[in-house]
Design a protein around this ligand. Structure first.
Ligand SMILES: *[C@@H]1O[C@H](CO)[C@@H](O)[C@H](O)[C@H]1NC(C)=O
Ligand SMILES: *[C@@H]1O[C@H](CO)[C@@H](O)[C@H](O)[C@H]1NC(C)=O
Ligand SMILES: *[C@@H]1O[C@H](CO)[C@@H](O)[C@H](O)[C@H]1NC(C)=O
Ligand SMILES: *[C@@H]1O[C@H](CO)[C@@H](O)[C@H](O)[C@H]1NC(C)=O
Ligand SMILES: *[C@@H]1O[C@H](CO)[C@@H](O)[C@H](O)[C@H]1NC(C)=O
Length: 904
């Protein structure tokens, strides 16, 4: 099977207008740029490298031996030792691991003995030396960096190979050398203490900094390629530099030490299972310091103990005659004359970062500890933190550009001694390129359409518009559960008025009803799953039919309540549902109802609108005639430290105009980036459904396969695993049919932004929907491009980066780009073009929603749901990574919910 695919790519490449094949087998960049639509000039946050490689640079392998030499901090100390710096001299670049570079050529292997203790003892004779910190460093010259090969590659004279990679890698480290000594570094971002910052709550603060990375860049047909530096504003979240006891309070929502103590008293009985322990687990590996010994002692937190200074006892002077057992409290009173507060958790450290070689764990009272600066907070932010973060980080294009300039000034490349020394020069002017604004399609409804000229402004109204296709069957059995709440819940009259208006507005949009009166009844949250059973039963009994849709009116946003409702409806009953917020029901606004109608219509088998192209018939006359299936893939991972698995979401188009998609979700192992074969083969029934309906008995002729951001290193595996597995599935269904794939990676995870000039942008200075950039920040030979298909409401628009990995279907570049853009107008729940192809967008939605189907006990909201069988669940109380992630609970498919857009 794999061989077949490789052959297919190969044939595809050589038929592609006779150009030279890309070494990786990826499709070639088209010789021509897109000519559709209008030309605009776009500034990019990219700066050309104007000079490099004028001096020979020698690369060395670095080998180090000694205690703990695998630790980065030890490597850093050894490299920075007097012995090494005095032997090697100035100006070396080190990657912190195995490679170093210099303008000096050391023909012989360089061997250096380093004694960190002796060096320290020289500085501070009071501390004795021992022999555990002796190291050997060896540097062996390997080769000169082959800048000429990189240049030849950029000039199209040779293929990409390891020599090019080595040169880029060298530049990457060269560019980081000076900033990393001046600023706090997170990968390719740098943060300075004085930078813009904001407290987000929960002991977390956000900083702005600068991101910079070097890449190869295509200048345009006939203009060649070069190197460029992409500079952007970076944001980072860090632990606030607070006393540890305050941090604990913030993490556990305990204002003040007394509240913390009460919470702790309540949690010590079953400490490792307590909510408090789980909350405090985030402090693991956070670095703290104390000053009670008169010096600055640094520690790294291993765990928070369920004991306090009174109950924690240890042996003093162990093994000696004067051995005795003391409490931590007594010890601190005696040794330091301080009285740590009882009733608070105490902290165990991994190892005292101090007396060398001694690896005893240390336990300290929380009162003497403070958080050290510049430590990243790597956990998911809560809702409040996220919204503050967004306010902090989001800025309009002019402000973003100012931030980028601040970053450029902070990096101060002109004065960077390393860049000067090694002869790397970066232009001061940003790159400006000719881009296109692609022609906008008309947005077509069942009666009338929004012309492209209007839709292209980025927003349209749907009042007076009938949806492209209505619900597939007139609504008969439907029910409304109004969750009771003394303040928020709408009364009977308000609820009745809302649903009366809902019926009337949905009908105006083309919605079909066999019964205009839903069953409306109050619901009690404390009844748990039974609340849902009640409305299900009442609706079913009244109509003598299985309910088709259930509405829930929620007093406020509550993700646990929401998840429980969705889980119960989808997994237990197999019914689609629509949650509404009480305040919207009470205000009963037509526009809100229209928005709800779009979702309800999609859930019940309809579609909102269709994009009608004005140019596709010219670009690709057969486009609409070729039976096409679109597939979208999203794999997401739980936050670090979580015991949840990865989630794979696969969407598959259901109809010919790609307005409706089914979504299949399941767990996908632990941090597994590629969709597992099992998950792909699970699509069998969906594909068979497609064949029997849209395909009129046949498989599609082509599949447009959209993959959410995988790293470059995994591009090949997408083809050799995911696509190969899909081909196998198709082959099993019909061995005679050749299904041709066009595979596109769509990624938002990049730092390229568009700054259109003149009236090329919207009134905020953002790009207009349809802005396509193919040069300046793209690969010289492979086929990638940036497309901004949406209108940014706030902040600076983030274009999608699409990378074409396979084009067996032989779609022309203009056809691919136009299709990508036009489908963004078909997203069923928006009255705007969206930022990415709907297949990917829906995959994100489905992935987020499917978390509710996880096979774990219901999140506590009173009673447990009856009837749902819980299999073995990943234990959340254990610190260990679960070896097996259970699959999601299957949807109850009695009503065919698997083919409904339940996730929208
Ligand atoms: C890369 O190709 C160039 C010639 O095109 C060659 O000189 C160089 O040795 C190659 N590098 C590697 C690592 O193969
Ligand atoms: C202590 O725990 C009980 C039951 O777990 C809970 O109801 C109570 O609110 C807790 N008290 C405090 C102060 O956290
Ligand atoms: C902050 O930076 C992170 C990492 O680069 C990025 O994912 C996130 O979108 C940024 N947040 C905002 C609001 O820009
Ligand atoms: C579309 O149908 C709606 C509802 O019947 C009607 O109000 C509206 O005027 C129609 N619009 C057009 C353009 O025919
Ligand atoms: C729901 O209805 C079924 C039969 O229709 C009945 O067996 C069950 O007890 C009912 N459950 C509730 C909670 O009303």
């Amino acid at each position: 099977m794999e061989l077949l695919i490789l052959l297919l790519c190969y044939f595809d490449i050589i038929t592609d207008s006779g150009q030279r094949e890309n070494p990786q087998g990826l499709p070639r960049r088209p010789a021509q740029l897109n000519k559709q639509g209008q030309e605009v000039t776009v500034g990019l946050n990219s700066f050309k490298v104007t000079k490099f490689g004028s001096k020979p640079v020698y690369q060395y392998d670095v080998m180090m031996r000694g205690n703990d030499i695998e630790k980065r901090i030890v490597i850093k100390k050894v490299w920075g030792s007097n012995a090494v710096t005095s032997r090697l001299g100035q100006g070396w670049i080190f990657d912190g691991n195995k490679l170093a570079w210099s303008l000096k050529k050391e023909a012989q292997e360089v061997r250096i003995d380093v004694d960190l203790d002796a060096e320290r003892a020289e500085r501070d004779p009071s501390k004795p030396s021992n022999d555990k910190n002796k190291y050997n460093v060896a540097l062996r010259y390997t080769n000169a960096v082959k800048f000429e090969v990189l240049t030849a590659f950029l000039n199209g004279k040779t293929d990409w190979n390891n020599s090019c990679l080595e040169a880029i890698n060298f530049f990457d480290h060269l560019m980081r050398q000076t900033p990393s000594s001046k600023f706090f570094q997170l990968k390719r971002s740098f943060f300075a203490q004085g930078n813009d910052r904001l407290k987000l709550g929960g002991a977390v603060e956000a900083f702005k900094g600068v991101y910079a990375s070097l890449r190869i860049a295509y200048y345009g047909p006939g203009l060649g390629a070069g190197l460029a530096v992409n500079v952007d504003v970076a944001n980072g979240t860090f632990w606030e530099q607070l006393p540890l006891v305050q941090v604990m309070g913030a993490l556990t929502n305990c204002p003040g030490t007394d509240a913390l103590a009460r919470n702790f008293a309540n949690s010590t009985k079953d400490w490792r299972k307590s909510a408090m322990y789980t909350q405090l687990k985030r402090l693991r590996h956070v670095r703290v310091f104390s000053t009670h010994r008169g010096v600055n002692d640094e520690y790294c937190i291993e765990t928070i103990l369920g004991k306090d200074v009174k109950t924690f006892e240890f042996k003093q002077n162990e093994g000696r005659p004067e051995e005795k057992t003391v409490s931590l409290q007594d010890y601190y009173r005696g040794a330091y004359k301080i009285n740590p507060q009882p009733g608070l958790p105490i902290v165990e450290m991994t190892k005292k970062v101090g007396p060398p070689g001694k690896k005893k764990s240390v336990v300290l009272p929380v009162d003497v500890l403070r958080i050290l600066p510049n430590q990243r907070y790597a956990f998911k932010l809560d809702e409040k933190q996220t919204s503050s973060m967004i306010k902090f980080a989001v800025s309009l294009p002019q402000d973003r550009w100012k931030g980028i300039q601040t970053g450029v000034n902070m990096l101060d490349r002109n004065k960077d001694p390393y860049l000067q020394n090694y002869g790397l020069e970066i232009g001061a002017q940003r790159t400006e390129v000719k881009a296109r604004v692609l022609p906008t399609p008309d947005v077509t409804f069942a009666n009338g359409s929004i012309p492209g000229t209007q839709a292209g402004q980025g927003r349209w109204r749907i009042d007076g518009k009938k949806f492209a296709t209505p619900n597939s069957k007139p609504i008969k059995a439907w029910g409304v559960c109004v969750i009771q709440d003394p303040r928020e819940a709408p009364d009977q009259q308000a609820t009745a008025a809302f649903f009366k208006q809902f019926v009337s507005i949905y009908k105006a949009h083309g919605g079909q009803f066999a019964n205009e009166s839903p069953v409306i009844q109050p619901g009690q949250l404390n009844k748990g799953g039974e609340m849902i059973t009640d409305i299900w039963n009442a609706t079913g009994n009244k109509n003598q039919a299985r309910p088709e849709i259930l509405f829930f009116v929620l007093p406020k946003k509550d993700s646990n309540v929401y998840k429980n409702i969705k889980k119960s409806c989808e997994v237990r009953y197999g019914v689609v549902s629509q949650c509404l917020q009480a305040r919207h029901v009470k205000t009963n606004q037509a526009q809100y109802i229209s928005n709800v109608c779009m979702k309800v219509n999609a859930k019940l088998g309809g579609s909102t609108c269709r994009a009608t192209s004005k140019v596709m018939a010219k670009i690709a006359p057969n486009h609409a005639k070729i039976p096409t299936m679109a597939i979208g893939i999203d794999v997401s991972h739980a936050a670090p430290g979580s015991d949840q698995g990865s989630m794979a979401a696969i969407t598959m188009s259901l109809n010919a105009d790609l307005t409706r998609y089914a979504a299949h979700c399941n767990t996908n192992g632990h941090r597994v980036e590629l969709v597992t074969k099992t998950n792909i083969l699970d699509l069998e029934n969906y594909v068979k459904h497609w064949v029997s309906t849209t395909g009129k008995g046949a498989l599609p002729s082509r599949v447009v396969y959209f993959r959410d951001g995988v790293s470059e290193g995994q591009y090949q595996q997408v083809i050799t695993q995911e696509v190969a597995d899909l081909k196998e599935l198709f082959h099993n269904i019909d061995p005679k049919k050749q299904v041709q794939f066009t595979v596109l990676i769509g990624s938002k995870r990049h730092h390229v932004r568009f700054f259109p000039l003149g009236n090329g942008g919207d009134r905020n200075g953002n790009p207009k929907p349809g802005t396509l950039v193919e040069t300046g920040v793209t690969h010289p030979y492979e086929f990638d491009f940036y497309l901004c298909s949406h209108a940014a409401i706030k902040g600076t628009a983030r274009p999608m980066h699409y990378y074409c990995l396979l084009n067996e279907a032989g779609m022309s570049p203009e056809e691919i780009q136009q299709m990508l853009y036009e489908h963004c107008y078909q997203y069923a729940r928006a009255t705007t073009p969206v930022s990415q192809f709907p297949a990917i967008y829906y995959a994100h939605l489905a992935s987020n929603r499917a978390v509710a189907h996880e096979n774990r006990p219901a999140v506590s909201s009173g009673k447990k749901e009856a009837g749902v069988k819980h299999g073995q669940t990943a234990s959340s109380s254990s610190d260990k990574t679960p070896t097996e992630i259970p699959p999601l609970m299957a949807l109850n498919n009695q009503m065919g919910i698997r083919l409904a857009m339940w996730y929208i």
